[in-house]
Design a protein around this ligand. Structure first.
Ligand code: BDR
Ligand code: CA
Length: 309
């Protein structure tokens, strides 16, 4: 197997942390760069968390800081979900220092050095860093094999009734990616709802022995608050779904669809308007991940992350 060269842009973030561990543990991916934006918590915390998460694996993957705000506004944080430290209060050893530079420059440099259609780009937070990279050198879109995002929803949102958190935090940036013209897959809230974590599931997962990354992942899963949207029965594990598509697409059911952003001010701003049934007659601009084999997903996650140091 030839691992796919991969860039991960994230805002760790509890589920971002687990997604990073899944990616770094998976032989299908050659993670060459991790870039970070503010989002779930401020940039100072998300970068410290990304360094610590990568550092715990012992892998020397550069972590580069990026956007502190969205293209047009400030990010809104989500400490009620992720804790004020962004990792649900799970303390990790300090990671290696940030690599020099700015995320958008580092993304462009990585793409410039790559072969055409070769790089898998995974976005787990607001799309600001990725949009800045492609907007400043659009020809580099040609280097992308696929962009995979955790973003959006075809039904209701989680930060507003209409919008999902990552999409809402930088809708203009997401619009740039929707219009890039390269293969794009999205794991929306409707998909990630199927990666549902209950206390029973965590207890079963915890029977598997594993290293420090696995113990930290379990601690994060125990720390995450149960969601009101799901009657406080548990919570969806969003970001690892996007990574799972890049490593095991057979776990998913998917369909081509057209999506566009609602960018107008007002209550629908940040909504991803997803035309699942081709009602608008527009050419599809993405692969919409619709169904997930959840037992196989959690088995893969556990097998991979538990094998990390
Ligand atoms: C997304 O928002 C963040 O809080 C999570 O990390 C995930 O990327 C879910 O809406
Ligand atoms: Ca995230």
């Amino acid at each position: 197997m030839i691992p796919k060269p991969c860039i991960i842009d994230c805002d760790p973030g509890t589920d971002d942390a687990i997604a990073l561990w899944l990616a770094l543990a998976s032989p299908e991916l050659d993670v060459r760069l991790v870039t970070v934006a503010g989002g779930n918590v401020g940039l100072a915390r998300t970068t410290a968390n990304a360094r610590a998460v990568v550092g715990l694996t012992g892998r020397a993957v550069p972590v580069v800081a990026g956007a502190e705000r969205s293209l047009l506004a400030d990010f809104r944080a989500e400490p009620a979900v992720h804790g004020s430290d962004g990792l649900g209060g799970v303390a990790l050893p300090e990671g290696p220092p940030l690599a020099p530079g700015i995320a958008a420059d580092a993304i462009r440099a990585e793409l410039r050095a790559a072969a055409p259609h070769s790089v898998t780009v995974i976005g787990l937070g607001p799309a600001t860093n990725l949009a800045l990279a492609f907007a400043t050198e659009p020809a580099l879109a040609d280097r992308v094999a696929e962009i995979v995002l955790m973003s959006g929803a075809w039904s209701e949102g989680n930060i507003t009734p209409a919008a999902e958190f990552n999409a809402w935090n930088d809708p203009e940036a997401l619009a740039v990616l929707l219009n890039l013209g390269r293969p794009l897959a999205i794991a929306t809230l409707d998909l990630t709802a199927q990666a549902f974590v209950t206390p029973d599931l965590v207890a079963r997962l915890a029977q598997r022995p594993g290293g420090a990354c696995w113990q930290a992942a379990l601690a994060i899963l125990r720390a995450l608050p149960a969601s009101k949207r799901f009657g406080h029965r548990g919570f969806p594990l969003h970001d690892p779904c996007a990574v799972a598509w890049a490593i095991a697409p057979g776990l998913f059911g998917a369909r081509p669809a057209h999506a566009e952003m609602d960018l107008a001010p007002g209550p629908s701003r940040g909504r991803t308007v997803i035309d699942r049934w081709g009602r608008l007659g527009r050419a599809p601009n993405l692969t919409l991940l619709e169904t997930l084999d959840a037992p196989a997903f959690f088995a893969l996650l556990a097998e991979r992350v538990a094998a990390l140091p």
